[in-house]
Design a protein around this ligand. Structure first.
Ligand code: VG1
Ligand code: CO
Length: 543
């Protein structure tokens, strides 16, 4: 066995986005594509020699072969050890946990998350730091720079190893530990939540549906919900991970998790429903006849987290991404704890979590998590909800109604306009940015604009600055429009329009969000000239 040095040349476009490098699978499978990026990761972090990494992915098409390549490259770059999930599968939060638990030098996660998988769909790779969290912008930028100058990479010519067999083996001088994908993660969950209380709730007839969407959380949810917590067999549906996610779009929102939505809003609906995404870091939570928006879910979790043993001491602070609604801020104010507003993407929460300033974090894109790992964590959010339901002994609908009565309601929706021509999307954003300074004081749809800007973030811990993180148009009545372009897509541009309007109550708390937001939606279309620039009058996906 030898470590080979392969001559290569830079490949354009290997720039990580909101969460790693995502491309069409055939692109990733192209000559040197994966290898160039992985070598650039190793080079950007000061080499792999003597280091220990975690490796895993969401099981999508090419996951298995990519894992063999990455292992051989780690070995040839002198890594001491790689801890890898069985069959190269780990949910993103489980990978984050293993990185921390084993005090490793970081990890490589193979996932394109909620993007569809398969030979013609999407693949992705990202690097997580020794704290278990996604590499910050400075590090992903260094990786990208390295891809633009790379001339060679190193890879062992050793044979593939059996990733189905749990245990330790050697690969060209590097130790490889194949571990069960679920065990350590499930043990962590047992330390955070009152499993006895949740088990008693299931034993007394509480019913649930968990839609794993043929993605990575199937084995995790089956082990934790059915085997350990006693939920009825069949609680977990689509529980077998498939390389193409069964043709499903593994994004847990009302559009793509429509089977779950139909059941939860149908006759004989279970008490509680949930779904998760391709790599297990997102969650959607649904009660019987009750949809819980991710922004509201974060707020409810913040208000009730102390009911779970792992958070009984209370929260240090709550952090949300800028486009996420201010519902969690109201809870933070009521609790007298710190609140933070970060750019989109989990990498921006890492410093706040490491510094102990935030305990819970969340994004409007169905992501919630805490300081137990450094990624958002779908199953964790579901378990925290179950713990709260077990203690409060109320329905999801009752909990939501009480929450809105106490804090008021931040009506919220996100409208996505997918696969727009990149040039047109860029032109629209550029024109809007150019008009921001003049918007203050203008009236539209009966609402006066209080101010408009392009969100910039200064990290309170390391002082790093991130510019152009989304255009905000703020109204005097507290309503808000945010527009930004997606950083996770692989085709054209996706425009995300985030819409918010606050109602203090006691009246007007149970409207349909699209109706409550109608004037804000019209204002967004007219201010950004969406139709003129993109030709679109309606979004593809509404969440
Ligand atoms: C989207 C979401 C963002 C999330 C990111 C990664 O990014 O909006 O909140 O952190 O996906 O989530 P963008 O740039 O497309 O808006 V995942 O579960 O795809 O890793
Ligand atoms: Co994800």
């Amino acid at each position: 066995m030898t470590a080979l040095t392969i001559t290569t040349a830079p490949i354009a476009g290997q720039k990580p986005g909101t969460s790693g490098l995502r491309k069409k699978t055939p692109v990733f499978m192209g000559a040197h594509y994966l290898e160039n990026f992985v070598q650039s990761i190793f080079d950007a972090i000061g080499g792999a020699a003597g280091k220990t990494f975690v490796l895993g992915g969401d099981g999508r098409y090419f996951n298995d072969r990519a894992a063999q390549t990455i292992l051989k490259m780690a070995a040839a770059n002198g890594a001491a050890r790689v801890i890898i999930g069985q069959n190269a599968v780990l949910s993103t939060p489980a990978a984050s946990h293993l990185i921390r638990l084993n005090k490793t030098d970081g990890g490589i996660i193979m996932s394109a998350s909620h993007n569809p998988g398969g030979p013609e769909e999407d693949f992705g790779v990202k690097f997580n730091m020794p704290n278990g969290g996604p590499a910050p912008e400075a590090v992903t930028e260094a990786m990208y720079q390295r891809t633009t100058e790379l001339t060679e990479y190193r890879i062992s010519d050793a044979a593939d190893i059996d990733l189905g067999a749990i245990g330790d083996t050697m690969l060209d001088g590097m130790a490889v530990s194949v571990v069960d994908s679920v065990t350590d993660y499930a043990a962590l969950m047992e330390t955070l939540f009152d499993f006895n209380a949740i088990r008693a709730m299931f034993a007394s007839g509480f019913t649930m549906r968990f839609d794993a969407m043929c993605a990575v959380t199937g084995p995790y949810a089956t082990e934790i919900l059915e085997n350990r917590l006693g939920a009825a067999k069949g609680t977990v549906t689509h529980g077998t991970p498939l390389p193409d996610f069964g043709g499903m779009h593994p994004d847990p929102n009302p559009t793509w998790a429509h089977e779950l939505m139909d059941e939860m809003f149908g006759a004989n609906a279970p008490d509680f429903g949930a779904a998760s995404d391709g790599d297990g870091d997102r969650n959607m939570v649904v009660g019987r006849n009750t949809y819980v928006s991710p922004s509201d879910s974060l707020a409810v979790l913040a208000a009730n987290a102390h009911l779970a043993p792992g958070y009984a001491r209370g929260l240090a602070g709550v952090a949300r991404s800028m486009p996420t609604s201010a519902a969690a801020d109201r809870v933070a104010d009521a609790l007298g704890i710190d609140k933070f507003e970060t750019p989109t993407g989990w990498k921006f929460f890492g410093n706040l979590l490491d510094a102990g300033k935030a305990t819970l974090c969340g994004e409007e894109s169905f992501g919630t998590g805490s300081d137990h790992v450094r990624e958002k964590d779908g199953l964790w959010a579901v378990l925290l909800w179950l713990n709260i339901l077990a203690v409060r002994q109320q329905s999801v609908a009752e909990i939501m109604a009480e929450h809105f009565a106490k804090f008021g309601r931040n009506y919220y929706s996100r409208h996505d306009f997918e696969a727009i021509e990149t040039d047109r999307a860029d032109a629209m954003m550029a024109e809007l940015r150019g008009r921001l300074a003049g918007l203050k004081g203008q009236k539209i749809e009966g609402m006066e604009i209080a101010g408009a800007d392009d969100f910039a973030y200064t990290d309170p811990i390391d002082g790093s600055v991130s510019l152009k993180q989304g255009v905000r148009i703020l109204f005097i009545d507290g309503s808000r429009i945010v527009l930004r372009l997606s950083g996770t897509g692989t085709e054209g541009a996706t425009l995300r329009v985030y819409l918010e309007r606050y109602t203090p109550g006691p009246d007007g708390l149970d409207h349909d969000p699209q109706e409550a937001l109608a004037p804000v939606i019209r204002a967004a279309h007219s201010l950004a000239k969406i139709m003129e620039h993109t030709g679109r009058t309606e979004p593809n996906v509404i969440t």
